[in-house]
Ligand binder design. Sequence first.
Ligand code: PEP
Ligand code: MN
Length: 336
Amino acid sequence: MLIFMRNSASESDVNRVVERLDEFNLNADVLRNGTAAMIYVKDDSVEVPSLSAFNGIERIVHTEARYKLASRNHKPEDTIIEVGDRRIGGGNFCVMAGPCAVESVELGLEIASLLKSENLALMRGGAFKPRTSPYSFQGLEYEGLDILVEIRKQTGVLVVTEAIDVNSVGRVEKIADAIQVGSRNMQNFSLLKRLGKTSKPILLKRGMSATIEELLLAAEYIISGGNENVILCERGIRTFGNFARNTLDLSIIPAVKEKSHLPIIVDPSHATGKRNFISSMSKAALAAGADGLLIEVHTNPELSLSDGGQSLNPDEFKSLMVEIRKLASVMNVNVN
Ligand code: PEP
Ligand code: MN
């Protein structure tokens, strides 16, 4: 950490900061350039509350990230997350697909057989739906979880489904192979803390206005709670662009790879809101180094209870998989 003191800061201002740092066992070196002073603290891992409130401080620059366990410094090699027999990260590209919401056993069985015909295993589908409007379909909730159990039992597919609050985590964790945290809940800290206590992998979606630091700190909540199995997901952010539902921020992929060992996948459905953008953005995500995709697929998007406009139909999904496999083979990436 570097603390830049104002030119006008007095000797006693500098001393008071150094003493405060000392209370936290932080060794400070005071560097001087004429009248200006700068205080250097090598250990940036200890948080000194309200340090900027001290008189004479111009600005504080952190030289280390506030997330630790999620950082590349902590773990240089890529983390590979296993969901059942599937792998995400470290050269393994995992395609997860399914309806926005769990609607019926029949729909789930059709999607499961589509996935199996593509040698894929992870089906997405929300039983609890965090909808912007209280008048929109809220999901089948506990009945939706029962439907997922039935589909899993009949087909052997693995299920990824969302937990929207602490109350329902217990039931979700019993049946899910991976638990999704939605964009709107990325900073629901009590939920993140609770998910630190489960052994199930967590699919953590980036908040629609979250910085990379906020995303990695959200992951840090889960990891520091005891669960190292976190998969990040870029799902588009809010910008002034109005031709798509959100702006897919693909540049976060190389940025995350630099800063963190965690895998990151891309959700082109929520990122674009448009079914005819999904194929190009999926290929772009793979080319940019993403570790997988989360795609909405419905047997009949026109009749979907939510997000049909951003859901591929089975034929479109199959065509996309042909292209994904071609690109993956050039990139020497294992699709699973
Ligand atoms: C979802 O994937 O079901 C979803 C609601 O997406 P998001 O949280 O990214 O809006
Ligand atoms: Mn959706």
